[in-house]
Ligand binder design. Structure first.
Ligand SMILES: *Cc1c(COP(=O)(O)O)cnc(C)c1O
Length: 350
């Protein structure tokens, strides 16, 4: 539970707690030893998620970080590189795992609002480099882009990056922790997004509201290899159908309602932009995340976060002048009204 005094928790979409229906599904789950491939609920989740994303096979993982790092591991290795956005979760928020576990080096591109520009990405790519330079083995994309404020990668850009990289044998991994949100916001199918890349990770524990879990999908051969690496990293799990059941329940019952989170985030952003013009570009609030640039009104993020906290709203100081607020299953219209009132009081400059 959030700390005392928190009435509306917008810290992250990971703060949700399982619903009564989800808990029942967990309690009723049929289970077995998944290390031996004998958990029917895990297998069902893996197969359903793979099919949804247009891939052959899936692998249930305890975290999105592990699913991403297995994806990176499959396509690269010591002395080869991944290229990604400078604010990519795989490089900024997974504690250097690609370098630590897999000896992978990285270079980054910068973007406007997190949207990958094909010319920039393909210009950075250096496959089959000479004896002195590191060869690019993988392009990693994030959709939606967390630290850029939940922005969506335009489909045409994804297609152009795929088309430009494939002839060079450069693989693509998609960090789709919130691909669900991109799908609901754009109407582009999960399979269409999945078809653009070699591997995808999706989180069940973000806005969908499961307590834990991510799924990595890809080819049958790739997932067999990822399964070995997952066990090697110490994440071979046993009767985790209990957790997979929560994930299946989330996809069945909580996917369409992500549209409500998007509408509430947009409504909040409009109100914030009204009281403090320039603090947020409302058109960039495409999904469930609002990123406030409080530097525009000469304020520090920590101070603004404290102002919201005084009014019962918890949010996150993402950078010295950036405040992030994230909508999810446990925040309704009334909670959004409270957040808007807190924004009016906190951001108002006489
Ligand atoms: C949350 C998140 C992940 C996975 O995080 P875990 O805490 O390891 O589950 C990966 N990528 C992005 C963009 C995320 O927001």
């Amino acid at each position: 539970m959030a700390g005392t005094g928190v009435r509306v928790d917008l810290l992250s979409d990971t703060v949700t707690v399982p619903t009564a229906g989800m808990r029942r599904a967990m309690a009723d789950a049929e289970v077995g030893d998944d290390v031996f491939g004998e958990d029917p609920t895990v297998r069902a989740l893996e197969e359903e998620t793979a099919a949804l994303l247009g891939h052959e096979a899936g692998l249930f993982c305890p975290t999105g970080s592990l699913a991403n790092q297995l994806g990176l591991r499959l396509h690269t290795g010591p002395g080869r590189e991944v290229i990604a956005d400078s604010l990519a979760h795989i490089l900024r928020a997974e504690l250097g795992a690609a370098a630590t576990f897999s000896g992978i080096t990285s270079r980054t591109w910068t973007s406007v609002a997190g949207r990958a520009d094909p010319e920039t990405v393909l210009g950075l790519m250096l496959p089959g480099a000479d004896a002195y330079q590191v060869s690019t083995a993988l392009i990693a994309l994030e959709n939606t882009h967390n630290f850029a404020g939940g922005t969506i990668q335009p489909y045409a850009a994804l297609a152009a990056i795929r088309e430009g990289s494939r002839p060079h044998g450069v693989a693509m991994h998609l960090d789709g922790a919130r691909l669900w949100n991109a799908h609901v916001a754009t109407g582009v199918s999960m399979a269409a997004y999945g078809g653009m890349v070699d591997t995808v990770s999706v989180c069940l524990s973000k806005g969908l509201g499961a307590p834990v879990g991510s799924v990595l999908v890809g080819s049958r051969a790739a997932m067999a290899e990822a399964r070995v690496w997952r066990k090697r990293y110490g994440a071979g799990m046993r009767q985790v159908g209990i957790l997979a059941a929560a994930g299946r329940y989330a996809v069945t019952h909580h996917l369409d309602r992500l549209a409500d989170d998007h509408a509430r985030a947009r409504r909040f952003a409009e109100a914030a932009a009204e009281v403090a013009p320039g603090i947020v570009t409302v058109a960039d609030v495409e999904t469930n995340i609002v990123l406030l640039d409080v530097g525009v009104i000469g304020r520090a993020a920590a101070e603004v976060v404290a102002g919201f906290a005084e009014r019962g709203v918890r949010c996150y100081a993402m950078a010295p002048t950036k405040v992030r607020l994230v909508w999810h299953l446990d925040v309704d219209d009334a909670g959004t009204d409270i957040a808007i009132a807190a924004a009016r009081a906190t951001l108002f400059t006489p």
